[in-house]
Design a protein around this ligand. Structure first.
Ligand SMILES: [Zn+2]
Length: 380
């Protein structure tokens, strides 16, 4: 097998759509990761390294390849997601993978097929050169990062062993060692429907929700002044959607809101939901029902990642001259990896400001430097 160049590799990945349906049961072009998974399988087979596929959901599989270094003293996990966000509203052809001015354009170029290209390039170089004293590297390409984190959860459930992990996301080649987590759930009020000309005969679920919302508003204000994480700030809560009623001449019997709760290290989504229910029930007597969490991702806790932060920092300095260690507002797979006992930080080429955008792109030169840094990290 020839070593594909970085532009060729990234073009191959971007031109294979892997759009996350974000909930609805959508299949076929351009949805789901199967085209990228098949490409990666061919790639690892040609490279002649051991790999496994893990079924996560119908047509959705993680693929995990291994570089085994004789006499290695450590094992590093490199994790990267295969899926992208949807392409609605994009102003460029999402899958043309066009290169202009040293930038490759397309859905996933920045988030995170550029990072995947860097990991594949460094991994391939390790396999080809087999440097003495290199670490073992497990390269795990997972599904469903953009919606419910099924891929990384399955990877960790299978019991992977590594000393530390690098999770690819666009960080402009800096180290991200802390971020908040998120938990989401729906809350509903119920009433009794009747004709709106005799509202006294019914119970208005929207009015009930009004009272509950006032209590939630107060609860959110209380949360904002609870002890904050020194780098991430306090936990927060926001109501992002509301839905209720069928027509203007019917007293509504149901109203639903959707809650987004940002978690700091040490908090669990489950615990946050229970705390919310207990406190809001003290603040209002109006009855409401909370659904189970439909999504939860913990915060990335930096307290155990000293070793990986230091070694990755050394590798970045060797290529870039210096580096920064940052906390960011967005969530990643790194927190799930850390919570499973493998300290993880986030690192990759590209700028998060270009992720999920209508003309997403990445600078090819940054991918090359990221690959160099990852290779150095494995051979320090
Ligand atoms: Zn991403």
């Amino acid at each position: 097998m020839m070593n594909p160049s970085i532009p060729d590799l990234l073009r191959d990945l971007v031109s294979r759509p892997s759009v996350n349906p974000m909930g609805p049961d959508l299949r076929g072009h351009p949805y789901l990761e199967a085209g990228v998974t098949a490409y990666l399988e061919d790639y690892f087979r040609a490279l002649n390294v051991p790999f496994t596929r893990q079924s996560v959901a119908p047509e959705r599989e993680n693929i995990v390849a291994r570089f085994e270094s004789p006499g290695a003293t450590r094992t590093i996990l490199w994790e990267v997601h295969q899926d992208t966000v949807p392409v609605v509203g994009m102003t460029i052809d999402p899958f043309a993978a066009e290169i202009r001015d040293g930038k490759l354009h397309g859905r996933g170029a920045c988030d995170v097929k550029g990072g995947m290209t860097a990991m594949l390039t460094a991994f391939t170089r390790l396999v080809r050169e087999r440097p003495a004293g290199a670490a073992n590297v497990i390269l795990a390409c997972t599904v469903d990062e953009e919606h419910t984190f099924l891929g990384i959860q399955e990877l960790m459930n299978q019991g992977i062993k590594a000393d530390f992990a690098i999770v690819a996301e666009p960080t402009l080649l800096q180290i991200v060692d802390a971020h908040k987590g998120v938990a989401r759930w729906k809350l509903r009020t119920e009433g009794r429907a009747c004709h709106s000309s005799r509202p006294d005969q019914g119970i208005n679920a929207i009015y009930r929700m009004g009272h509950v919302l006032a209590a939630i508003d107060q609860y959110a204000a209380e949360l904002a002044v609870t002890p904050a994480h020194p780098r991430l700030g306090p936990p927060t809560l926001s109501v992002g959607r509301i839905e209720g009623g069928v027509s203007v001449n019917t007293v509504p019997d149901s109203c639903v809101i959707e809650i987004d709760r940002r978690l700091i290290p040490g908090e669990s989504g489950q615990g946050a939901r229970e705390h919310f229910i207990n406190r809001v029930r003290e603040l209002t007597t109006v009855p409401f029902v909370c659904d189970p969490l439909w999504m939860a991702c913990p915060a990335l806790d930096p307290s155990n990642s000293d070793t990986v932060r230091q070694l990755l920092g050394q590798a970045i300095d060797a290529v870039e001259g210096s580096h920064e260690v940052l906390a960011v507002p967005f969530g990643t797979d790194a927190s799930t990896v850390t919570n499973a006992g493998i300290p993880a930080v986030v690192f990759g080429p590209g700028d998060i400001r270009q992720a999920h955008t209508k003309d997403e792109w990445i600078e090819l030169a940054q991918i090359e430097r990221a690959a160099e840094i990852l290779f150095k990290l494995a051979t320090i």
